[in-house]
Design a protein around this ligand. Sequence first.
Ligand code: CP
Length: 310
Amino acid sequence: MSSLSVNNLLGIKYLSNSDINLIFSTADNFKKIINQSIKKVPSLRDITIANLFFENSTRTKLSFELAEKRLSADIINFSSSSSSVKKGETLLDTVNNILAMKVDIIVMRHPDPGASVFLSRNIRARIVNAGDGSHEHPTQALLDAYSIREKYGNIKNKKVVIIGDILHSRVALSNIYCLKKLGAHVSVCGPSSLMPINIQDLGVDHFSNLQEALEWCDIANVLRIQLERQNLKYFPSLREYSMTYGINKEILNRLNKHITIMHPGPINRGVELSSDVADSKQSIILDQVENGVAIRMAVLFLLAGKIKDN
Ligand code: CP
């Protein structure tokens, strides 16, 4: 069996093209299984996984948990709000105590960029980064790219624009790495105040005009405005942001073509997307969520294979 070139999923930056394609082909098999009447396989029956969420999550947390259950893993869930982290325990002490209970894989969301990389240098368990601050969100990028591949058959030469708060977005960075590795043309669009100054160094073009960006693209991946990460005011008001960068049906109808709309969730309805766009046939937002389970099953299955290798 093929195996990943990495022992942990810390970011898309560390994956090879073969790794990404192996995750996709493994997810293809799991997607077939989770659409059958018997959705569960015994693949991870002897594996214990701890889901450590130091930051809020709906989709990622539930999707990992379901993926683990579909694979028959034993799971424990940890939420920082009800833990001894509140009493001042360090991240490393917390994780080492959890590992003492014979845990094999850590899935971790953390508000600090680099938290997963730090852990990988200090512990022996396999680690999956479920989002670290404004750094990376690798399983989101994998499920996004997988959803594009599912809709179009391939990713090479597709034109993808990522719209919104690029500066604070781990989804943007992971998507840029993933889509570029797979041969897509990637652009970003948003106010210059929400654009990293070195964005061109990542090999992407920048549109400041939404209509031009939408005319250019095949696919628009629209990001949430992350008010919780903005300690400064980056635009005058949500209303003005929405008037300049919000996508509604009228804007889509003005285009000479049919583009695909994506969003990682959670959506601020009426800010970055109107409801008639979010819920339209052009939107593949719920396909992204469905594919997230198959992608996470694939990632966990392949990393569990590395435990046996070592
Ligand atoms: N897409 C995503 O990461 O959503 P959650 O914050 O709900 O996990």
